[in-house]
Design a binder for this molecule. Structure first.
Ligand code: GLA
Length: 579
């Protein structure tokens, strides 16, 4: 690794000399760590995230299924408002499937089941609002709701819901929901059409009402690949605030762990304002206390939505305490909104360390997850996290201080359980010069790893060379950079002392074919730059943005919305100016 001091003192004449040797110094940045004077790419119009942290609430399905009613929802809202859950952050009370009575053939509007929801949805939403809570409602992306398809899922007397899905009615349903006071739409695929999802987002926008769009492309959709966003027909983060990533959860630890693994594979897709939804919680629904803890801890760590799915009116003191644990919730609601990634696992894969940086510099949340059948010690090594200095540890489940940590922390973790720890120390902070050799605090790549290429300083790299670190974009060789398989993300701490970030961007010379990506630069979860569609034939662009006063820099390369993933994308000569 090159010393950073050498970068900042890299003489201008040497840079000029280097340019003479390189194929293209014109519009691109060929000097590592320097900021060029040319005009940067303006990028495309930015759409800021609507909701920057995962949603919290409650959903009727896991406990009540189709045995759902207005009276039940009201009493649940009463409980959430008064039992400490509202104060802990749970706000959406969502009526899942089986509220629909049918669609009025004259007005085209949905109406509720007259037996179970006699006062109608508008009155129910008003009741929930009067409790200081927000109201959520289910609909489906097909012609039927999901339970309308499956007769076994509903009482024999219940209407089949045929014709009562939102497919083809997205605009009118969004307007009906807005009129009723809906704040959150759970939009379930269930044999419908993926096109209904963006149509609903457009319908929501047309109403002018803020309504969270939580989609599930999976139900009754066996053909969708595990990593949903690689399906060429949809790029979910463009229109959903949150998307399910799995088939339905059950109150079994194997279900919990299988969803953790799917979410881990999808980590690089989640961007600020778009989260991987690991499904409604099964806390309090029959797993052991340790399993419930592990489940809740991992949903918090992976920045999933936290929608309780138990009967909160009758929950045990232990369930109540877990669901309202402010320290665990703070990990989920942290402003940096990163998803945890796997740090280490033992050879059996049972004993795992998951980690994510929190917004305060030098802080990490660490989950020690034991998926095995016996209690076992699990160790997190500070060197893996890049934390230095005097590191303090706190158990976030119990609140107990674990004292100062030197090199590593070991905790005994119960079988099928987890310990959640907060570590506070000193982070690597980015400095002036080339970013390539600097240490990020977090990265997520769907496949492979972030390849950091640092060329020999001052060397002229022949065009087309990729040996010893040259980054080659469209025939231009760069001294250094990061090469990633998209989607991929890298986060650095800036701690407010940098002013400018610059990088050239483009698909790597090694990427052939129909690949496409979208580059984004975020700082403190504000998007500063979006390249739009970049393909193999897009000329090299230069990104230059002000990062003045920002604490974090997040470099994102995501899918170019064509469903082709694994594109090899470069951040070429990425550079920072800091004080
Ligand atoms: C699907 C969804 C569940 C629930 C049911 C309702 O299975 O994945 O979360 O909404 O439909 O029928």
């Amino acid at each position: 690794m090159r010393p950073l001091s050498a970068l900042s003192s890299f003489p201008a004449f040497a840079i000029a000399l280097l340019c003479l040797f390189l194929a293209s110094c014109g519009g691109s940045v060929d000097s590592p760590g320097a900021i060029s004077s040319g005009n940067p790419d303006p990028g495309i119009a930015l759409v800021q995230a609507r909701f920057r942290t995962p949603p919290m609430g409650w959903n009727s399905w896991n406990t009540f299924g189709c045995n759902n009613s207005e009276a039940t929802i009201k009493s649940v809202a009463d409980a959430i408002a008064s039992n400490g859950m509202a104060a802990a952050g749970y706000q959406y009370v969502t009526v899942d499937d089986c509220w629909v009575g049918g669609r009025n053939p004259t007005t085209g509007q949905l109406y509720s089941n007259a037996t179970t929801f006699p006062d109608g949805i508008q009155a129910l939403a008003a009741y929930v609002h009067a409790k200081g809570l927000k109201f959520g409602l289910y609909t489906s992306a097909g012609t039927n709701t999901c339970a309308g398809l499956s007769h076994g899922a509903r009482p024999p007397s219940y209407p089949p819901g045929v014709g009562a899905g939102s497919l083809g009615h997205e605009s009118v349903d969004a307007q009906t929901f807005a009129n009723w006071g809906v704040d959150y739409i759970k939009f379930d695929y269930c044999g419908g059409s993926l096109t209904a999802f963006p149509a609903m987002r457009a319908g929501i926008a047309a109403t002018g009402r803020t309504m969270y769009l939580s989609i599930n492309p999976y139900s009754a959709n066996a053909t969708l690949p595990t990593n949903f966003a690689s399906d060429g027909t949809l790029y979910v983060p463009a229109y959903a605030d949150m998307s399910r990533i799995s088939q339905d959860i059950t109150a079994k630890f194997t279900s919990v762990t299988s969803i953790i693994d799917i979410s881990a594979a999808d980590a690089a897709w989640a961007v600020p304002g778009y989260f991987n939804d690991m499904d409604m919680l099964e806390v309090g629904n029959g797993m052991t206390a340790d399993q419930d803890t592990a489940h809740f801890v991992m949903w918090a760590m992976m920045s999933s939505g936290l929608n309780a799915g138990n009967d909160v009116r009758t929950q045990s003191a232990a369930t109540q305490a877990l669901l309202t644990n402010a320290s665990i919730i703070a990990v989920n609601q942290d402003a940096l909104a990163l998803q945890a990634v796997l740090d280490t696992a033992d050879s059996s894969g049972s004993l795992q360390v998951w980690t994510k940086p929190l917004s305060a510099t030098g802080t990490r949340a660490v989950a020690l997850l034991n998926r095995g059948a016996t209690a076992a010690p699990i160790t997190v090594k500070l060197a893996n996290l890049g934390l230095t200095g005097a590191v303090q540890a706190t158990n976030l489940v119990t609140g107990a201080s674990l004292g100062s940590v030197s090199q590593s922390l070991t905790q005994t973790v119960p079988a099928t359980g987890a310990v959640l720890v907060k570590l506070t120390g000193t982070d690597p902070v980015a400095t002036t010069g080339s970013l390539a050799p600097q240490t990020p605090v977090w990265s997520a790549v769907q496949s492979g790893s972030v390849a950091v290429k640092v060329g020999p300083e001052g060397a002229a790299l022949p065009v087309g060379t990729s040996a010893t670190g040259a980054v080659v974009v469209h025939g231009t060789s760069y001294v250094d950079g990061m090469t990633v398989n998209a989607p991929a993300q890298i986060v650095y701490r800036l701690n407010g002392h940098c002013t400018t970030f610059q990088s050239d961007i483009g698909l790597d010379a090694a990427a052939q074919g129909a690949g496409s990506v979208d580059y984004q630069v975020w700082a403190d979860n504000v998007e500063l730059y979006d390249s739009g569609f970049v393909t193999n034939s897009t000329p090299v662009k230069t990104v230059r943005v002000s990062v003045a006063g920002r604490n974090t820099l997040r470099l994102v390369v995501t899918d170019g919305h064509d469903g082709v993933t694994g594109d090899i994308a470069d951040w070429a000569n990425p550079s920072l100016v800091c004080s």
